[in-house]
Ligand binder design. Structure first.
Ligand SMILES: NC(=O)c1ccc[n+]([C@@H]2O[C@H](COP(=O)([O-])OP(=O)(O)OC[C@H]3O[C@@H](n4cnc5c(N)ncnc54)[C@H](O)[C@@H]3O)[C@@H](O)[C@H]2O)c1
Length: 321
């Protein structure tokens, strides 16, 4: 297939592009590099440096190639920032996404796989979370993901667009040539590994009085390679799917595993809860297993080991090789 990947220079996007190319697809990446890294893009992919706000460029891209599908991963990802600056998130994650949909419909490209998020669920009443759990985002980032899912559904009804919205839980881990290098880094595992590398002095635990086994927040971590596989399967199906490992680990548990994997001591500082952090987010991925035959293969140890190998090899991320 000929596939356009938006945000293909980003952390998850670069792993998805690698997987698509390994499976024999022809891939074009469009990314404005506002957050991504040119070095992360597979050399066999066609790379276009442009933003989804650029209507002329979108027109050119769709005129040049007749794409069979689009995997839409471009967007801003920091929930905390979205509370302070919602305009940035609604403009990029919703308005710019609609530009993409309009170009697709105009050029008769009728399949989209969208990077949604567990953020659509907000503070769930119970875990594991199924796709029919209530969607009540607690920040503008989660709202943008839910709104865009709904826009896609309206386009599907009106214009026959086929879609898969993939609600990722916490993407983590690395591949040989692709790792996590966000700026700023807000994700737990890379921050812990930066402490292990001596690039940060400590890891802060926000809240130690949650109603969980050790008082710290529980999250569901999914290896980026397992996520990438799901995108290839989702090209053939329609629907909304959770993507998680179905296992929850507390912040303290992740730190303990990271200590064992790295052999380093990791300084911890306990801090107050952050507003809006749910106590526990764990996916039910039953639906995608049943309907698409997807199965995550990497354990939490594999995730942290692979991330550690990448961070040790690339202590400055993609900046300095
Ligand atoms: N990382 C996670 O754990 C996680 C969890 C749930 C959902 N997601 C979603 O998955 C997607 C990828 O996340 P990631 O962690 O790889 O983030 P990332 O920041 O590494 O990748 C996003 C990419 O999109 C590009 N981009 C942003 N706005 C753009 C625009 N207007 N035009 C063109 N390119 C643009 C950035 O330059 C970047 O390369 C995002 O949509 C995110 O919301 C991520």
């Amino acid at each position: 297939m000929k596939i356009l990947v938006t945000g293909g220079a980003g952390y998850i996007g670069s792993a998805v592009v690698r997987k698509l190319i390994d499976e024999g697809h022809e891939v074009t990446v469009i990314d404005d590099l506002s957050k991504g890294h040119k070095e992360a893009v597979h050399p066999k992919a066609v790379f276009i440096k442009a933003g989804l706000s650029n209507l002329n460029e979108l027109e050119k891209v769709f005129k040049q190639t007749k794409f069979d599908a689009v995997i839409h991963m471009a967007g801003y990802i920091e929930a905390g920032e979205s509370v302070i600056n919602p305009e940035k998130y609604f403009t990029n994650n919703v308005t710019n996404g609609i530009n993409l949909l309009n170009a697709m419909i105009k050029h008769n490209c009728k399949k989209i796989v969208f990077s949604s998020s567990a953020g659509v669920y907000g503070n769930p009443e119970k875990v594991p979370i199924t796709e029919d759990s209530e969607t009540r985002p607690v920040n503008p980032y989660g709202e943008t993901k839910l709104i865009f899912e709904r826009v896609i559904q309206c386009y599907s009804k009106a214009y026959g667009l086929e879609y898969a919205s993939l609600r990722y839980f916490n993407a983590a881990g690395a591949e040989e040539y692709h790792g996590e290098d966000h700026d700023p880094e807000t994700h737990l595992i890379p921050i812990i590994l930066q402490v292990a590398l001596g690039k940060r002095t400590e890891i802060k635990i926000y809240g130690t009085d949650y109603p969980t086994k050790d008082g710290t927040c529980i999250r569901d971590y999914i290896h980026v390679s397992d996520l990438a596989k799901a995108h290839v399967l989702a090209l053939k199906n329609n629907g909304v799917y959770n993507l998680g490992s179905e296992k929850g680990y507390s912040v303290r548990e992740i730190i303990e595993i990271a200590k064992k994997v790295t052999g380093k001591d990791i300084t911890v500082k306990e801090d107050a809860r952050r507003p809006g952090d749910p106590a526990a987010l764990v996916a039910s991925s039953e639906k995608i297993k049943r309907e698409l035959g997807w199965k995550p293969e990497c354990s939490i140890r594999d995730i942290i080991k692979s991330a550690w190998a990448w961070h040790k090899k690339n202590p400055e991320g993609y900046k300095k090789k």
